[in-house]
Design a protein around this ligand. Structure first.
Ligand code: BDP
Length: 710
């Protein structure tokens, strides 16, 4: 066969049968809408027989609306798993072979509020808790157990949340757009509310409750004052009515200057009595419509947003004023620490610490300060924020980013649990070894009772919620870790894969392998060895050469500091000295370039191009090696995905396979951008064994510029 005919033949066998095999419009195809709550029928006969023995009835002991959601979920779940209509009974005394949802009164239970126990008692499975929410979480845990087809026999599971406020932060705007959202438009249809309540709100609530998430901030931190108007408060109330049934409280981001722009006052000074009265009234107005309102999230004096400093007041003054307005209610004020002043000589790394540490002890007990995991901004890898551990008198909440702003939007598969875990497991050493960030956040280190973990949501109105099907796992992982930060990344990946994609063990293993390595692979071709922020603008295309901005820290060159000598940001004594914001033991990990773990090297040191690293390679060769292997590893990811093909829904298989193709093309783009650009400083050939890029630096820049054209 000539080449031409062989290719024709090949395309016939590859393309023709595939189009018969997978009809993307088939009605039974998996469009991802059901997330990890698919409740696919239990196929294994022995397992099914066992489950049937325990499902002759559902006994409910409470008529509260959250408990009702639990019995409804269980009923629907069992119907789907077992094909059986299990009756829900209020009086079930003496009956056996059922599932009892038992609300234990007050102190009779050893559970913490929201915690649950699932236990076999005689021939009944008993899900118990001292709160309705705990019953709901226990019910979802039982359904998860059954979806994974684990035995009921010997079941004895107790679980308590380690963090009290577990919430999503939506960066959704009133016009339906989402800041840094890559999965369509906002879920919240403000123009239809309050009359029309999209049924999707309920599915959103179910998904969150199934993970233990108990709060949602509906609007962007770059907030519109519109949300403080009566018109919008009633819209928010309509959503809150849905959330409440699933134990989720609704929160709003607030625009600090609202007293002025919406209220018509001459000032928004937090110490002005009229301003304080305005907020107190506002909060009262909200509670009238939403009796269980969660509270406010505030971005102030950050990236141009207004705040107390506009009036010479401190963050504490601003936060405490709002806290005062919440005094009569259960709500809280979540005040963000994401601040960095425009100072041409400063190191942005140090900014939040410098502004917030002096305020420790000055915040009202109703305030939680929400800190991003790293000192800069959700980079693919960052050291933990030095604020953790350094504000012992102020509850610090964790802010993770689930949406993939710096992780390739909706085309790169990056499983984020390892990012979250890396931060949570970092040791701050503030009270000696073992003082992990997790222990700061869960309150056990400093005795905070108000503890919080927030995730910037990656949801949108895409049918599958998250755009990239594998990005659902990031929502899932955030939720599971906010409940229990001790779960491992791999365990969560296994769970999610089994619930969402396939129960086939081998296929599941290759997907979990792919997920587990995906973050390191991304870092290798995107920001290896501790590089950061090679993009400005839209945070999509590689722009390491970007050197123009209205302030130095809004350029890429500010972060990597490439020059003829070497690369990286010196944050030791000879540089910005940011390292002194950490305890001595942490400083020791990072202050000596010969001892710094390679993933963090360029975060803290300016390294000579020809310096030999612990791998035996020079900095330049190590960079080349990582950038090339990273990009090549995307083909490994494609292989792992293909290994699972026959056990995946064809629609999901194709969707991910195509996104992986984009990822591969873009990984090469990233690699080429970095090596060609850095080569202009390092003046060295591409490391032997790797093929030099097929394009020139000018060509790469041109292809990037296309993405920056308006
Ligand atoms: C940055 C985002 C910006 C957010 C900001 C924030 O680029 O859109 O408004 O963080 O967290 O990462 O406030």
């Amino acid at each position: 066969m000539t080449n031409k005919y062989f290719l024709l033949f090949l395309s016939f066998i590859l393309i023709v049968p595939a189009s018969f095999a997978s009809d993307p419009l088939s009605s039974d195809g998996d469009d991802g809408y059901k997330l990890w709550l698919k409740y696919e029928a239990v196929a294994n006969a022995a397992v099914k027989a066992e489950y049937l023995r325990y499902t002759s009835f559902i006994g409910e002991s409470s008529k509260g609306e959250v408990a009702q959601s639990a019995s409804r979920e269980l009923h629907t779940g069992l119907k789907s798993l077992l094909g059986k209509n299990v009756p829900v009974l209020n009086s079930f005394g003496g009956k056996s072979g059922g599932i009892i949802l038992k609300l234990e009164s007050g102190t009779a239970s050893s559970q913490q509020e929201e915690g649950y126990q699932i236990k076999l008692s005689g021939t009944n499975v008993v899900v118990s808790s001292n709160s309705e929410r705990g019953i709901l979480y226990g019910t979802f845990a039982l359904l998860r157990h059954m979806q994974m087809q684990l035995p009921v026999k010997g079941l004895n599971l107790t679980s308590n949340p380690r963090v009290r406020y577990r919430m999503l932060n939506h960066w959704d705007n009133p016009d339906g757009t989402i800041e840094r959202g890559y999965a369509g438009a906002s879920l919240w249809k403000w123009y239809e509310l309050p009359e029309r309540v999209d049924p999707r709100y309920q599915d959103y609530a179910r998904a969150n409750a199934s993970l233990g998430i108990n709060g949602t901030v509906l609007n962007n931190v770059n907030a519109s004052a519109r949300f403080m108007s009566q018109e919008y408060i009633v819209k928010v109330a309509a959503i809150a009515n849905v959330m409440r049934k699933y134990g989720i409280k609704t929160y709003l981001s607030v625009y600090f200057a609202a007293p002025k722009t919406l209220g018509g006052l001459p000032t928004s000074d937090p110490l002005d009595p009229k301003v304080r009265a305005w907020w107190a009234e506002k909060v009262a107005q909200i509670y009238k419509e939403i009796p269980d309102f969660g509270g406010f999230l505030v971005k102030a004096n950050s990236e141009g947003e207004p705040g107390p400093q506009d009036y010479g007041r401190s963050h504490a003054d601003g936060a405490n004023m709002l806290a005062e307005a919440f005094k009569p209610y259960d709500g809280i004020v979540v005040w963000r620490a994401f601040v960095y002043k425009a100072d041409p000589n400063a190191d942005r790394f140090k900014a939040a610490y410098e502004e917030f540490v002096p305020l420790d002890g000055k915040f009202d007990p109703k305030v939680i300060v929400q800190v991003k995991n790293g000192p800069i901004d959700f980079q693919p890898r960052e050291p933990f924020s030095p604020l953790f551990g350094n504000m012992p008198k102020t509850p610090l909440g964790m802010e993770f980013q689930i949406t993939q702003e710096y992780l390739g939007f909706a085309t790169h598969a990056v499983y984020e649990a390892p990012i979250f875990k890396e931060c949570l497991d970092s040791d701050t050493y503030v009270n000696g070894a073992g003082s992990t960030v997790a222990k700061v956040v869960d309150g056990s280190l400093h005795g905070y009772t108000r503890t919080l973990m927030a995730g910037v949501a990656n949801t949108g109105n895409a049918r599958n919620w998250t755009g990239h099907p594998l990005a659902q796992a990031n929502w899932y992982a955030f939720g599971r870790l906010s409940w229990d930060h001790q779960l491992s990344s791999e365990q969560i990946a296994r769970e999610w894969t089994a619930l969402t994609l396939t129960r086939n063990q081998k296929a599941g293993e290759s997907i979990v392998r792919l997920m587990s390595r995906s973050r390191e692979i991304y870092v290798d071709y995107n920001t290896p060895l501790g590089l950061s922020r090679p993009w400005m603008g839209v945070h999509f295309a590689p722009e390491p050469w970007q050197n123009k901005g209205s302030r130095p820290d809004w350029t890429a060159v500010y972060y990597h500091r490439a020059d003829s000598v070497g690369l990286g940001f010196d944050r030791t004594e000879s540089g910005s000295n940011a390292l002194t914001q950490y305890r001595p033991q942490v400083q020791q990990q990072w202050n000596n370039p010969d001892k710094t773990a390679l993933p963090y090297l360029l975060w803290f040191h300016h390294i000579r191009w020809d310096k030999k690293l612990s791998t035996g390679r020079t900095l330049w060769d190590e960079l080349c090696t990582r950038l090339y292997t990273g990009a090549d590893s995307v083909t490994w990811m494609q292989q792992q995905w293909d290994l699972a093909k026959t056990h995946l829904d064809p629609q999901v298989y194709t969707d991910v396979a195509q996104r992986l193709q984009v990822q591969h093309r873009e990984a090469i783009w990233w690699r080429d951008s970095w090596v060609l650009y850095l080569q202009t400083f390092a003046k060295q050939p591409i490391t032997a064994g790797f093929e030099p890029p097929k394009q020139t630096l000018d060509e790469v820049k041109k292809s990037v510029n296309v993405y920056l054209i308006r």
